[in-house]
Design a protein around this ligand. Structure first.
Ligand SMILES: C[S@@+](CC[C@H](N)C(=O)[O-])C[C@H]1O[C@@H](n2cnc3c(N)ncnc32)[C@H](O)[C@@H]1O
Length: 414
C-alpha cells in the first residue's frame, strides 16, 4: 500500500507546509491555554480509564497529525501540572506546523514533548514505546486509505489505552464538497496562491441556491484566514463520515466506540416531540440512536469520539461510587450555574440554532453548588444528610444531565 508517496499525499504535505492549520500565534500562550474535546485529561480519565488514572505516574500520550499544536500543548501543560512523568509525542508531516508547536511549548516552558516530522503511517516502524492515549483529530479523513492510518495508530496503542478522534461529519458539511469539486475542476492543478485567489472569487459570487451558501453551520471560509479557507474548500483530499461508517471504520482496526462528545447531540430523543415516534427509539442500540440523531439534527459538522480496543473488554467509563470526585468543566462556575438551575423545571440549550428543553433534575442546583472538584460523592452525600442509596437516586439523574452536556466528569478520589 502507498505510504505518503502519491501526488495527492505530496499536495497534502505542501498545503500544511505553506498554510499551517489552524493558524496560531505562539505569543498567545502567555495569556491563555486552549482546551477542548477530545483530550482534556479529566475527560480522557472519565471515558477511557474509569476515572482511576493517576497522571502523576508515567503516562504516554501521542498526538498524531498534531498540526499547530492545540492538543499537544493542552496535554503537555495538563500533564506537566501533575508532575514530571507525563510525556507527549507529536508527529506531523509539516515542519512549518511543528515550528509553531515548538515555539508555543517554549513560551510555556514545556519540556515534556517529543517531536517527529513524519507520516503517522510510519508509526509501526518507528520503534516508539506504546501509548496510553492517542489524539488524532482532523487527520485520518485526509489519508488515501484512512483504515491504514487507524491501523497504524492502533499498532502503537497499549492494550488498556484509548484514543480521542475527530472525523468530519457528512450532513453538517453539506455544500463543502460541491464547492471543493467545483474548485478542483477549475484550479486543481494550479499553485496554492492561484487556487486561493480563484477560490475566493468563486465563493464570493456563489448563487443563493448553492448548498454551501444555504448551510448556516459552516463558516470557516468566512473567517478571513487563508489557511482556514484552503483547509475547508481547497483541500487536496478529504472525506466525511456518517455514524454507521464510523462504526465500520473502527471495526476495521478492532476498535469500538466508547462515547460521542457531547453525548446529548447523539440522543435522538432531543429531536423528537411526538410520543408515538419517541416510543420507536426505545429498542434501538446506542449506535443506532446516534445514527438517527445525526440524520434528524442534520447539523453535525464533526464527530468527536473516544474509542478503545475491542479486546480490552469491560467498560472504561467512570461510574458513580462514594469515592468518586465529580469535576465540573472549568467554564462552568458552580455557584453561578447552580443559580441558573435554581427553581427551573427546564433548561434550554441550543443545538446550532435548534432549541432543546432538558428537564432539570431534582436538587440539581444544590448538587452543582457543592461540586468543587475536590469533594468526593461521599462527602457531598454527608453534606446533604442523605443515606447513600437516597443520595445516589438524586445524584444519578443529575450526573446524566450534566455529563450529557459534557460539563461533568468523575475521577477517583485520592
Ligand atoms: C486539519 S490539521 C489538524 C491539526 C490538529 N490535529 C488539530 O486538530 O488542530 C491536519 C494535520 O494533519 C497533518 N497530516 C496530514 N496527513 C498526515 C499524515 N499522514 N501523517 C502525519 N500528519 C499528517 C497535516 O500536516 C496537518 O497538520
Amino acid at each position: 500500500m502507498s505510504k505518503g508517496r502519491t501526488r495527492r499525499d505530496k499536495a497534502v504535505k505542501q498545503q500544511y507546509e505553506q498554510l499551517p492549520y489552524p493558524p496560531r500565534d505562539p505569543e498567545e500562550e502567555r495569556t491563555r491555554l486552549i482546551t477542548g474535546s477530545p483530550s482534556q485529561l479529566v475527560e480522557v480519565n472519565h471515558y477511557l480509564f474509569n476515572g482511576a488514572r493517576d497522571f502523576s505516574k508515567p503516562f504516554r500520550a501521542l498526538v498524531a497529525g498534531g498540526g499547530t499544536g492545540d492538543a499537544v500543548i493542552m496535554l503537555a501543560q495538563q500533564l506537566a501540572d501533575y508532575g514530571p512523568h507525563g510525556t507527549v509525542t507529536y508527529i506531523d508531516l509539516s515542519s512549518a506546523s511543528r515550528a509553531v508547536v515548538e515555539k508555543r511549548a517554549e513560551v510555556r516552558g514545556l519540556d515534556n514533548i517529543e517531536y517527529h516530522t513524519a507520516s503517522l503511517l510510519d508509526l509501526p516502524e518507528m520503534g516508539l514505546e506504546p501509548f496510553d492515549y492517542i489524539d488524532c483529530c482532523g487527520v485520518l479523513h485526509h489519508l488515501e486509505h484512512p483504515e491504514e492510518g487507524l491501523a497504524a495508530l492502533t499498532s502503537v496503542l497499549k492494550e488498556g489505552g484509548g484514543m480521542g478522534l475527530m472525523l468530519y461529519a457528512t450532513l453538517g458539511r453539506t455544500g463543502v464538497y460541491h464547492v471543493q469539486r467545483a474548485l478542483k475542476a477549475l484550479v486543481g492543478d494550479q499553485d496554492l496562491t492561484e487556487q486561493l485567489s480563484i477560490g475566493k472569487k468563486l465563493v464570493a459570487g456563489l448563487p443563493k441556491t448553492n448548498w454551501l451558501v444555504r448551510n448556516p453551520f459552516v463558516g470557516d471560509h468566512k473567517m478571513g484566514a487563508d489557511a482556514a479557507f484552503f483547509d475547508l474548500l481547497l483541500h487536496p483530499r478529504d472525506r466525511s463520515y456518517l455514524v454507521p461508517e464510523i462504526e465500520e471504520f473502527l471495526t476495521s482496526a478492532d476498535l469500538e466506540p466508547v462515547a460521542f462528545i457531547e453525548p446529548l447531540k447523539y440522543d435522538p430523543a432531543n429531536f423528537i416531540k411526538d410520543k408515538d415516534v419517541l416510543k420507536r427509539i426505545k429498542t434501538l442500540t446506542t449506535m443506532q440512536k446516534a445514527a438517527l440523531a445525526e440524520n434528524l439534527s442534520g447539523s453535525l459538522k464533526t464527530h468527536i469520539f473516544y474509542v478503545k480496543k475491542r479486546s480490552a473488554g469491560a467498560s472504561t467509563i467512570a461510574t458513580i461510587a462514594p469515592s468518586m470526585v465529580p469535576v465540573l468543566a472549568d467554564r462552568v462556575p458552580p455557584k453561578v450555574f447552580a443559580q441558573t438551575l435554581k427553581s427551573k423545571k427546564e433548561f434550554a440549550i441550543s443545538f446550532d440554532g435548534e432549541e432543546v428543553l432538558l428537564p432539570v433534575p431534582l436538587k440539581a442546583d444544590q448538587i452543582v453548588a457543592m461540586i468543587d472538584g475536590e469533594k468526593t460523592l461521599a462527602q457531598i452525600q454527608q453534606e446533604m444528610s442523605l443515606p447513600w442509596d437516597q443520595f445516589r437516586s438524586v445524584f444519578a439523574p443529575c450526573f446524566k444531565f450534566l455529563s450529557s452536556l459534557n460539563i461533568l466528569w468523575l475521577r477517583q478520589g485520592s
